[in-house]
Design a protein around this ligand. Structure first.
Ligand SMILES: Nc1ncnc2c1ncn2[C@@H]1O[C@H](COP(=O)(O)OP(=O)(O)OP(=O)(O)O)[C@@H](O)[C@H]1O
Ligand SMILES: [Mg+2]
Length: 509
């Protein structure tokens, strides 16, 4: 065969069209942290490309560079065959790149429709065509399989619903490349399937998706290729069909991980520490009954909006229930506020880390100790050394990636922020820990550390109420599972007998 100039030219063009994106030798440093270190990434047109790596590996930073949120210290970006330098997210958007951020960025005081169509509401600024706005928004909401009313205020939505709105908003831009930074962290069952359907139909239309997730089973369901990052560098890019779970985990954590879930040890439960009787909350909870024993991990499974979080918040005194009783340590107790709950020895790791769990402008050590100031306070004098020592030990125990315990929480990666929230409540020495999505956005290696801590608490006779949208996690950790649907408990099963199919069956009917 004779290779002509035109043959080469055609091939060159094909390569250009095949690769919608090339990021070459990107570096980015923050004070004390080299977040990206000569990182390169190539993405083909129309593929779903998984971006994997441990907490703090640099995934979000790389995607912020790509979407014009931050500018790199060095490196080149070639998008649709052209060298580009984005000066702002709007600039990237106009060229066809949209990002769904890991930390949700909707405006809580505005409606769902206003958020989706922000800056693009139909009609004139003083005469908005609301009918059209709501209709348009509804079309995008339907694409992600949710029927939230477009006029609902975003602040009234659950974390998972907010996530769905973010996705709907991204779809509305008609982008060539959509970056999804952990869109599935709070979704399960049918919502997750709907997200995958949406991604598949985008890919069919030739839209490229970069997909970040710590849930590895998803990678095999929807990604064509993956790139694994570690410490701001690329470890490898592979076809998903040519890899397996063990190999991916090795790439992410840099070593073998003997088992993802530490095996449970036989343990005799103690007395019932918490008993909830006939608890009802108008429109949200209907006659909830549950018992939690010392040394027990009780799971709450269900879909978005099923009432799991409301059960947790009612016990914690954050929601005021209309009917029912709570018995704590054998005594009828009315818990009026979270402050009172903490004093009684009940702690809640909330699902919304940014709004309720973490003060992002505070340092790590301040965040750790603020729920248990008594422990570091001696007659009005702060025990600063103790604060630092205890904080350092939590950083080690949970393997939090930070230059120091004085770093402000905002500067940590998403998964590391989550570990700080978990650490804060571990420090509080509570008897009951209510964990609402404790491993949201946490990498496989660090998840195991959190599981080990939970098991350690159980050995100290504490009790755990665990809510998670990761059903594998619930099944592996819980002694008993309650399935919640439409504010009611639909069934109970032992951890050993549970399966995702059984949960789904109860969660839907
Ligand atoms: N604005 C900032 N100031 C200081 N350090 C930062 C800032 N943004 C990110 N970092 C640091 O850069 C590193 C990479 O963070 P990045 O958010 O990209 O990680 P990630 O891979 O997305 O992790 P995760 O899985 O936890 O979301 C981390 O060590 C993080 O603490
Ligand atoms: Mg991230």
């Amino acid at each position: 065969m004779i290779y002509t100039a035109s043959y080469y030219f055609k091939n060159l063009l094909a390569v250009k069209i095949m690769n919608i994106l090339e990021m070459k030798n990107i570096s980015k440093s923050f004070p004390g942290v080299k977040a990206l270190n000569d990182m390169s990434l190539t993405v083909k047109k129309g593929e779903v490309h998984g971006l994997l790596g441990a907490n703090g590996a640099g995934k979000s930073t790389l995607m912020k560079v790509l979407s014009g949120v931050i500018s790199p210290d060095a490196g080149d970006i070639i998008f649709k065959g052209e060298s580009v330098q984005f000066t702002s997210p709007l600039d990237a958007q106009e060229k066809g790149i949209v990002i769904i951020h890991q930390e949700l960025s909707l405006v809580p005081s505005l409606s769902v429709a206003e958020n989706i169509l922000l800056g693009r509401l139909p009609g004139k600024p003083h005469n908005i065509n609301w009918k059209k706005a709501y209709n348009d928004a509804a079309v995008y909401l339907e694409k992600v399989g949710t029927y939230i009313k477009p006029s609902t205020k975003v602040r009234d939505l659950s974390v998972a619903q907010k996530q769905l709105v973010e996705i709907a908003k991204a779809l509305s831009y008609d982008a060539d490349l959509i970056i999804m930074d952990e869109p599935s962290a709070v979704l399960s069952g049918s919502e997750l399937n709907q997200l995958f359907n949406t991604i598949n139909s985008l890919a069919e239309k030739g839209v490229t998706v970069i997909y970040i997730s710590h849930r590895l089973e998803e990678i095999f369901q929807i990604c064509n290729r993956i790139t694994i990052m570690r410490d701001g560098q690329v470890i490898e890019t592979r076809e998903v069909a040519e890899t397996n779970r063990e190999q991916i985990i090795r790439g992410i954590v840099g070593r073998e991980l003997s088992e993802e879930y530490p095996p449970s040890e036989t343990y005799n439960f103690g007395d019932v520490i918490l008993s909830v009787k006939n608890l009802s909350l108008k429109g949200k909870l209907d006659n909830i009954n549950l018992d939690l024993k010392k040394g027990e991990i009780l799971g709450l499974a269900g879909l978005v909006g099923s009432g799991r979080t409301e059960i947790a918040r009612s016990i914690f005194g954050a929601d005021v229930y209309d009917k029912g009783e709570i018995f704590y340590k054998g005594k009828k107790t009315v818990i009026k506020s979270p402050k009172q709950a903490i004093e009684l020895g009940i702690a809640l790791v909330p699902e919304d880390r940014k709004e309720q769990g973490l003060i992002t402008s505070f340092s790590l050590k301040e965040n750790f100790t603020m729920a248990a100031l008594k422990k570091i306070n001696n007659k009005g004098f702060m025990k600063f050394k103790k604060e630092i020592d205890e904080s350092k030990s939590l950083v080690n125990q949970l393997k939090i990636k930070t230059p120091s315990v004085g770093q402000i929480a905002l500067n940590l990666s998403g998964g590391n922020q989550q570990k700080v929230v978990v650490g804060k409540y571990l420090f509080s020495d509570a008897d009951i820990l209510i964990l609402d999505e404790p491993t949201r956005g946490v990498d496989v290696g660090a998840k195991r550390e959190i599981y080990l801590v939970i098991r350690e608490l159980i050995k100290q006779d504490k009790a755990v109420l665990l809510i998670s949208s990761d059903w594998e996690e619930l099944i592996a950790l819980c002694d008993r599972l309650l399935v919640v649907h439409e504010g009611k408990i639909k069934g109970e099963m032992n951890g050993q007998d549970a399966s995702p199919e059984k949960i789904l069956d109860l969660a839907l009917t």
